[in-house]
Design a protein around this ligand. Structure first.
Ligand code: CO
Ligand code: CO
Length: 348
């Protein structure tokens, strides 16, 4: 048993511990039987690629439910716990909900790894839950060769204030609240290619809660929202384009990207999930002539615990942007929504 073990090096052979790609997932889900009697209280279910399920309890109260877990993405156990919690809670924030309770999901090689590592993972998650005002109500753990950690999170939302993928309107501006490039940075971290300040920066991005972003958007005319995670910026933007029957235009120069991401990509660090994401959306995206393949991959880069992508009424966009920035959120306007080639994304 050792304390200075590199957590990210413990992934077992086969599988990447990342999200199953969108194409594979769609195939599996398509093969399952549909629920024959639709439940009118199920406000958001499986059919719209939304971030969380929403179930109406009363006319003014609905439950928001989501779950996320994965293999270690950083080596520091405490930071891993924080990232996992911030990431799991984020789907509730993306739906415009208030997270209230959480359950831990733990897989850990308890006979070969020091138990203080697990304690630190749980402490990191616990501190993030506290910051979010979420009560830990339980969990489940199994002895497993490869550590995995995540949480199931429950929140509440008023049924009339749910933010989904389906409400974006032509004319809306798109605001993104965290930089991208997290997948390429975290793969580089696993390969030992990052300086300590770069590890700190990508960890800080991943451990930042989308709480302020979500609470702020509730005061503005935000017509759709999601969080940018495993399917990458373009993958999640395409869920809005498809769900809302609109065309999305992304101003690539306005998209915030973490430092050195292009350089690391040029060195060959492209996560498998990022390539899957690109293959999945390539048909519905028009890229500029000036783009090379790496530029395309970066916009599809698989993110862990990314920012919110909001589609906001153009009259509210500048005020929302300023308000977010004043509160310390790294928000930028990165594109707009229009009526045109619906379901399509054009990158300018
Ligand atoms: Co999500
Ligand atoms: Co999720």
């Amino acid at each position: 048993m050792t304390d200075n073990i590199k957590l990210t090096s413990l992934s077992s052979k086969g599988g990447c511990g990342c999200k199953i790609g969108p194409a594979d997932l769609e195939n599996v889900l398509r093969s399952l039987p549909q629920q024959t009697v639709p439940n009118p209280n199920l406000l958001v279910g499986l059919d719209t690629s939304d971030d969380a399920g929403v179930y109406k309890l009363t006319d003014d109260l609905a439950l928001v439910q989501t779950v996320d877990f994965f293999t270690p993405i950083v080596d520091d156990p405490y930071a891993f716990g924080q990232v996992a919690a911030a990431n799991a809670i984020s789907d509730v924030y993306a739906m415009g909900g208030t997270p209230i309770t959480a359950l831990n999901i733990v897989a850990f090689p308890i006979s070969t790894l020091d138990e203080s590592i697990l304690a630190n993972i749980l402490r990191g998650a616990g501190d993030k839950l506290e910051e979010a005002g979420v009560s830990l109500v339980g969990g489940h753990s199994i002895d497993d060769q490869e550590p995995k950690f995540g949480l199931a999170v429950t929140g509440t939302v008023h049924p009339n204030h749910i933010k989904t993928n389906t409400g974006a309107k032509p004319g809306d501006k798109l605001i993104l609240t965290k930089p991208i490039g997290v997948g390429i940075m975290s793969s580089s971290l696993k390969k030992g290619l990052l300086e300590q300040d770069e590890i700190d920066r990508v960890t800080q991005v991943m451990t930042t809660l989308n709480k302020t972003a979500s609470e702020t958007m509730s005061d503005f005319k935000v017509n759709a929202s999601t969080d940018v995670t495993g399917f990458g910026l373009l993958g999640h933007a395409s869920e809005i384009a498809t769900g809302s029957h609109v065309e999305i235009r992304i101003d690539s120069k306005a998209v915030p990207v973490l430092p050195r991401v292009k350089e690391l990509a040029e060195g060959g660090v492209i996560p498998g999930g990022t390539k899957n994401n690109f293959n999945h959306i390539n048909d519905i995206v028009t890229f500029p002539e000036s783009f090379d393949q790496l530029d395309k991959y970066i916009l599809c880069d698989a993110v862990t615990s990314g920012g919110l992508l909001m589609s906001v009424d153009s009259n509210d966009a500048d005020t929302l942007l300023n308000t977010l920035q004043q509160k310390g959120v790294e928000a930028q306007i990165i594109g707009h929504v229009r009526d045109g080639h619906n379901g399509h994304i054009t990158v300018d």
